[in-house]
Design a protein around this ligand. Structure first.
Ligand SMILES: [Zn+2]
Length: 281
């Protein structure tokens, strides 16, 4: 069950109204029939946890936790604008702010997740000074992010009711770096079967393939960006995603970035160059 948060003094909780595109009828509504109970969190996957946290939100999200992007496919972006730029030191600085209504222990979890990405890549999350483009980490409704750099103040929602955990924060930050969900990548049909019969029509868009640049990295069942096998199921326990040819492969882990997740960030941002400058020159 959700813990009561009424005793906490919080800032204004509002929807990300700026994410709406007036007149855009393609905006989808999240399902309200999520099957996952929060007491099962120790055994369920990251996607189910995110979807559980997001179930009260409607209209603003794509694929459960991606805000309507200004750049529709960050992994293939013209002129690289959707990537965060390299600094003169060859690292990639991603400025951020964290809203004041997180408790200090929650802020520590968020910053620890940032450091876990920095420790294995050339991404450096830096407290914002006066940068124009930055992540604004806020306690809004649900867990969600835009994919890639959108320009200006870019909200990342980490609701204190279900989103402030290491794996979920990594997942949302990786969206903000430019990555879509693994189960939507362009070659996914060789690795998973989508069970359309188990998916309500209103949720089918969550499973549409994207024209992604897969950076010559293997399809990764263990990616923290992979949804679990019952995400958006019509009925409790029905599989919407089944790995092939081996249906028993685990998917949807929520613990931490996989090696391939790390490899991909390093490829997208040419971090190898950075590493060689630091360690071999
Ligand atoms: Zn996501």
């Amino acid at each position: 069950m959700r813990h009561a948060s009424s005793t906490r003094v919080r800032g204004k909780i509002s929807r990300a109204d700026t994410m709406y595109e007036p007149g855009d009828n393609s905006i989808k509504v999240l399902p309200t029939d999520q099957e996952i109970q929060s007491e099962m969190h120790n055994v369920i996957d990251i996607s189910s946890r995110i979807l559980e946290a997001n179930k009260e939100i409607s209209d603003v999200l794509l694929e459960g936790d991606m805000a309507l992007p200004k750049t529709r496919n960050a992994m293939k972006c013209l002129n690289d604008y959707c990537k965060w730029p390299k600094s003169p030191s060859r690292s990639v600085e991603v400025p951020y702010t964290i809203a004041n209504d997180f408790y200090s222990n929650e802020k520590a979890v968020i910053e620890s997740a940032m450091k876990s990405i920095s420790a294995k890549t050339c991404i450096r999350f830096v407290p914002r000074t006066n940068q124009v483009d930055y992540l604004s980490i806020e306690n809004l409704l649900g867990c969600w992010s835009t994919v890639g750099r959108s320009g200006g103040k870019q909200q990342v929602s980490l609701s204190v009711d279900g989103c402030v955990s290491h794996g979920i924060i990594e997942h949302e930050l990786i969206h903000s770096l430019g990555f879509h969900h693994e189960h939507t990548r362009s070659d996914r049909d060789q690795y998973i079967r989508i069970n359309w019969d188990n998916i309500p029509q209103a949720s089918a868009y969550n499973f549409q393939k994207k024209d992604t640049d897969n950076l010559n990295t293997p399809y990764d069942y263990n990616s923290i960006m992979h949804y679990g096998r019952t995400a958006f199921a019509k009925q409790y326990g029905k599989e919407t995603i089944t790995p092939i040819p081996n249906p028993s492969v685990q998917i949807g882990q929520r613990l931490e970035m996989s090696n391939v997740d790390i490899q991909r960030i390093n490829k997208l941002y040419d971090c190898g160059e950075h590493i060689s400058l630091i360690y071999y020159k």
